[in-house]
Design a protein around this ligand. Structure first.
Ligand code: ADP
Length: 486
């Protein structure tokens, strides 16, 4: 059952290589996680197709990189407008294949589009440098050049924005790219590709390889093994990130990895508790808890612990769970059965080890892949929910009494993506922000991502930064030119 669209031709079931839609003999199904219904059957590509796409990207590289930044910006800007003008349809496709509520899906479309706009602007500002020479007869220059053919492997939780956040800087820099979207959500990627063609993207510049879980692994190998591919950008789980890094070692590819997180959210005694609750709900339950920057652990000062819990429970009761196309729904389904099983396992483990259940704690009455917004109080660090990424709508809350102790607890993890805290004392704000070992810190806010800011993690949460004025550097090489005989 397809979503009703103003422009039904945005639903594409074939892959895109070298400006041609590739229909393969093999197909794989795309299901709606809210209903289980079959939405589409998409071409299941193989390793030969992956090699073809890499070659197409290589053929396209010289002419695409030879354009001026301004010329590339013009095409990117057209793509941006097409994405924005088709935002309702793109949101409907996303809700159908991913499950997030329509309003959230539309938010992601606009967030995703913002990277295309931003990097279209940045395309004109890739500047080299002239350094002061220590030789009287020589001049020292730095050129910035596109790294070459790039590959992107993207996840299902942000089916559109995780593509534009990689593709837009790559294309702006003058690179060409091969994208392998998640098997659960290929339709958003293909709709984006259709709009890129309408924007005038030349053949081979942007290629999309669709594949099921098994073929994705094989295609991933081809992308990693290829010496032609000079950069791999991946967003997904830490274990898969490690595999890809290993596979890229023989060709010494440059890597951008956005991996898992285990975000702490600290509420100090000087915090505005109402604001903290609002930020907590935003950071925890967005996308049914399925974002890598979602809070996994709440630490609340003992003096405001019960107040925070009461207010958070009241606010969570207002979250309506259901099919994301229905008006008023704020939480959709989880992506698949395995995800639901993980959430159930984390909750039962916590309850067995003594957590106090305040709300939820079970699959929703809606059935299927829906799980109730859940709050567990009095948790401790022996529980799975406090050390593994839950990726579901479960808030685990623990009291603390002392600042140093809570900072140490927050940092006691191999992850280092996002952290949040609420406090009003300005010295504390600086102190804590500096001490948290995370790539991103939200202070008095639960929502931090936008195109202007560098998104990325430290420790085992990844490598590199996406978005922002720094995001283009991932796709550029520096070349030092020494001009002598002057
Ligand atoms: P998630 O937990 O979000 O599903 P994964 O890391 O499993 O994250 O998947 C993210 C992306 O990585 C998807 O596009 C998936 O197809 C791809 N992928 C998963 N395993 C591999 C692998 N071994 N090699 C290459 N790509 C993979």
């Amino acid at each position: 059952i397809r979503p009703a669209l103003k422009d039904p031709s945005l639903i594409r079931e074939y892959a895109l290589i070298d400006q041609r839609w590739i229909q393969s003999d093999q197909v794989f199904p795309v299901h709606n996680p809210a209903t289980g219904a079959l939405i589409a059957e998409v071409s299941n590509l193989n390793i030969q197709d992956a090699s073809d796409a890499i070659l197409a990207a290589r053929r396209a590289l010289s002419s695409w990189s030879a354009l001026t930044g301004k010329e590339r910006a013009n095409i990117l800007r057209k793509w941006f407008y097409l994405i924005v003008n088709n935002a309702d349809d793109l949101a409907a496709i996303m809700t159908a294949e991913q499950g997030k509520p329509l309003a959230e899906a539309k938010g992601e479309v606009l967030y995703g589009a913002s990277f295309v706009e931003w990097f279209a602007e940045e395309a004109k500002r890739v500047s080299g440098d002239v350094l002061a020479s220590t030789w009287i007869d020589k001049r020292t220059l730095v050129l910035k050049q596109p790294i070459g053919v790039c590959a992107a492997i993207t996840p299902w939780n942000f089916p559109l924005a995780m593509i534009t956040r990689k593709v837009a800087p790559a294309l702006a820099a003058g690179c060409t790219i091969v994208i392998k979207p998640a098997e659960q959500t290929p339709l958003s990627a293909l709709a984006l590709a259709e709009l890129a063609l309408r924007a005038g993207m030349p053949a081979g510049v942007l290629n999309v390889l669709t594949a099921d879980a098994e073929q994705s692994i094989a295609i991933g190998r081809v992308l990693c093994d290829s010496p032609v591919v000079r950069h791999l950008s991946f967003t997904g789980s830490t274990p898969v990130g490690r595999i890809l890094m290993q596979q890229c070692a023989p060709t010494l590819k440059k890597l951008s990895l956005e991996l898992g997180g285990h975000a702490p959210f600290i509420v100090f005694e000087d915090a505005d508790v109402d604001a903290a609750v609002e930020g907590a709900i935003q950071s925890k339950f967005r996308n049914a808890g399925q974002t890598c920057v979602c809070t996994n652990r709440f630490y609340v000062h003992e003096s405001i612990y019960e107040e925070f819990l009461n207010k958070m429970t009241l606010a969570s009761k207002k979250i309506i769970v259901g099919d994301g196309t229905l008006v008023g729904v704020r939480q959709g389904p989880l992506i698949e059965m395995q995800a639901l099983e993980k959430v159930k396992a984390h909750v039962s483990d916590a309850l067995e080890k003594g957590a106090r259940l305040l709300i939820g704690g079970k699959p929703s009455e809606v059935g299927g892949l829906f799980y109730e917004p859940t709050i567990l109080a009095d948790v401790n660090h022996k529980m799975l929910v406090m050390c593994e990424e839950t990726f579901g709508p479960v808030a685990a809350v623990m009291p603390f009494s002392n600042e140093d102790e809570v900072i140490a607890a927050a940092n006691e993890t191999d992850f280092g993506l996002a952290a949040y805290f609420y406090a009003r004392n300005i010295s504390r704000v600086w102190r804590v922000a500096e001490k948290l070992e995370y790539g991103m810190v939200g202070v008095n806010t639960g929502l931090i991502a936008n195109e202007v800011s560098p998104f990325g993690g430290v420790k085992q949460s990844g490598l590199g930064r996406e978005g922002s004025k720094y995001g283009m550097d991932e796709y550029l090489e520096m070349k030092y030119v020494c001009v002598g005989g002057i």
